[in-house]
Design a protein around this ligand. Structure first.
Ligand SMILES: Cc1ncc(COP(=O)(O)O)c(C=O)c1O
Length: 364
């Protein structure tokens, strides 16, 4: 068939390859207890308060959602002491990344980011014909090289993506590094600080992008309800930025981009401090358990500020992925990030970690 000619920038985009549903993997393997440690979800699940709030909304689903996310924005504005005009809610932070490139990227414009990092930055950029400038993370700890990032900025640069903690490595940056870097940038470059995993960071030198929003710097902070809040299935995230940036994103946003269930669950989850504290405590213990396990096997794990580890397993990670899958454990193999002997694994409960570590020891 001679279908429509696709836009040329699509030639550089590979369709996202989704994994099989857990139920399908279980059916194929004849297992009942497949363990997914592949997407950095919260093993405790959603907050019970969010589940309660959802039940109350089910009878109201014939109404369109609130296109302004009023109650959630009110809760966020109070929590962070920002105005409604400095907030936007998205259908996951993934959507906000697309809104950013819709608003700011013309074909040939550039964005600077590290490598490896979260793949959606490049996807959103390519979609608009933008060009990624990838700066490798350096050393055993996969650290940010801010001098190299600054050197990659030129007159075509519109955005700089800083992911801290960085997915897939878990690397964090310091306040000092970020401030020095921002001071070196021209004022027409927007820094996008992705804090999807910030709730797991315990290092006090880590920056909180909110401080700079309050100072009206050209910075946008991304946060999500998919990770510590345990609401990945509902798709909801938000961004904080100076009002003119949020106004630009609202120009390209669909009117009802965030569904009703996501809005009410997120507002309830935000208030559930006990669930947040339990989730953080679990990950702190989990990080210790996994780090000790890797050390015992002589494997080098990158120091992490998040709820996952990036580990050099010193073997073909694709093969290891398949071997672990046969044992009913799903992880991410590093070849998709360009690291064929690394894996990324999500911090689980004590029991889940033990099962994973035993399987890993048997298969490497
Ligand atoms: C660094 C980073 N940013 C953003 C996201 C996307 O989050 P959301 O589920 O809100 O689209 C993820 C999800 O894996 C992530 O790892």
């Amino acid at each position: 068939m001679n279908g429509p000619k696709r836009r040329s920038c699509l030639e550089l985009i590979k369709p996202y390859e989704p994994g099989k549903p857990v139920e399908e993997v279980e059916r194929e393997l004849g297992l009942t207890d497949v363990l997914k440690l592949a997407s950095n979800e919260n093993p405790l699940g959603p907050s019970p308060a969010a589940l309660e709030a959802l039940k109350e909304q089910l009878e109201r689903l014939h109404y369109y959602p609130d296109g302004n996310c009023y109650y959630l924005k009110k809760a966020l504005a109070e929590k962070y002491r920002v105005t409604f005009e400095e907030l936007i809610i998205g259908n996951g932070t993934d959507e906000l990344l697309t809104l950013l490139t819709l608003a700011y990227i013309n074909p040939g414009d550039e964005a600077v980011m590290v490598h490896p990092t979260f793949s959606e930055y490049e996807f959103a950029l390519r979609l608009m014909g933008g060009i990624p400038r990838r700066i490798p993370l350096v050393g055993d700890e996969f650290s940010y090289d801010f001098a190299a990032l600054a050197a990659a900025v030129n007159e075509r640069t519109r955005l700089v993506f800083i992911c801290s903690p960085n997915n897939p490595t878990g690397t964090i940056i310091s306040r000092e590094q970020l401030e020095e870097f921002m001071a070196s940038l021209p004022s027409n470059v927007l820094v996008v600080l992705d804090h999807a995993y910030i709730e797991y960071v315990t290092d006090r030198s880590h920056p909180d992008g909110l401080d700079y929003i309050q100072q009206k710097r050209p910075l946008l902070v991304l946060r999500t309800f998919s990770k510590i809040y345990g609401l990945a299935g509902l798709r909801i995230g938000y961004a904080l930025a100076p009002a003119p940036v949020i106004a630009d994103l609202n120009r390209v946003r669909e009117p009802f981009n965030v569904n009703t269930l996501a809005q009410v669950a997120a507002a309830a989850a935000l208030e559930d401090r006990a669930h947040l504290a339990r989730s953080l405590a679990l990950v702190e213990k989990s990080r210790q358990q996994l780090a000790a396990g890797f050390k015992q096997m002589g494997l080098k794990a990158v120091p992490t500020g998040a709820n996952f580890f990036f580990v050099d397993v010193k073997t073909d990670s694709r093969r290891l992925f398949q071997a672990l899958l046969r044992r009913g454990i799903i992880i991410r193999s590093g070849d998709i990030f360009g690291y064929p002997t690394h894996i990324r694994v999500t911090c689980g409960t004590e029991e889940q970690n033990e099962r994973f570590l035993n399987a890993l020891a048997a298969e490497i």
